[in-house]
Design a binder for this molecule. Sequence first.
Ligand code: PEP
Ligand code: MG
Length: 327
Amino acid sequence: KLAAYAALRDVEPVSKDGTRIGVLINAGLRDDIAHLAITGADGVGLFRTEFQFLVSATLPQRERQLRLYRDVLDAAGEKPVIFRTLDIGGDKSLPYLREDSPGEENPAMGWRALRLALERDGLLKVQARALLEAAAGRTLNVMFPMVAEPWEFDAARQVFENQLAFLKARKKILPERIRYGAMLEVPALAETLDILGPKLDFLSIGTNDLTQFLLAADRAHPKLAQRYDWISTAILRFLRRVVRDVSPYKIDVTVCGEMGGRQLEALALLAIGMRRLSITPAAVGPIKAMVRSLDIAAASAKMEEMLANPPVDMRAELLRWAHANGV
Ligand code: PEP
Ligand code: MG
């Protein structure tokens, strides 16, 4: 099977009924970028910049950040890379920042990600400078984690715009283009997509966090693993609504959570209208194979039927349908 997946490297993820699906990878380290060539993925849909911070004993200074981001862009070549700004705090706490974050009862819902970055904006300024300089003369794709309300996106974007003005005043080479995106991980953001949508260049759905918040089920709790199920009526209806609500803005919508890397879950995502998946590199082959065996129109019809009239075990029902339909 592995050899079969490797052979798919140069094969396009086109469904049986002719839809080209965007298949990208999630990454966090310099070496991860090699997986672009190995898998034939379309780009990096999520570069987790906090990895560099997590593996470092001290706060990485701007030069070190700049070097990493530049290396990543160099290694990716023509393929796009979407950098996510720091998602630290909560469970990804840093020893050298810990004094700011006393014991939290609910770290996942605590002082983390953009919340921390907007308050400790020195961190975000340095990161913005490093990203803007690394992307000199090319496109910078940047997105913000855990956006709960549109003003947070505006504030984060402003930090970048201020640094851009600073670099411009110093006659530095600027990025040719900057594309700003938000991650939808906090369910509340889905209620304000009409406000946020026109400001976005792209939207990325972090289904790992989104699911734990929608189901109120800790993503890491072993006793809740059964409940933390992506093939659920609520999750799929929610995601279907997001796809519909964002469609007027003609922006890329990508799922970058682990959900997209599982064959049955990816099938469900395509069936509700999702067209781009950013997944762990090992999943690219299996997902391409699934896409190529799938008639999306038929899957959508089946999904609409199930979401209107949910079977007791949707997972089993969808799996049966997939097998019966040669997926
Ligand atoms: C997510 O929440 O789905 C996501 C991609 O971000 P992370 O897993 O890094 O929290
Ligand atoms: Mg997340």
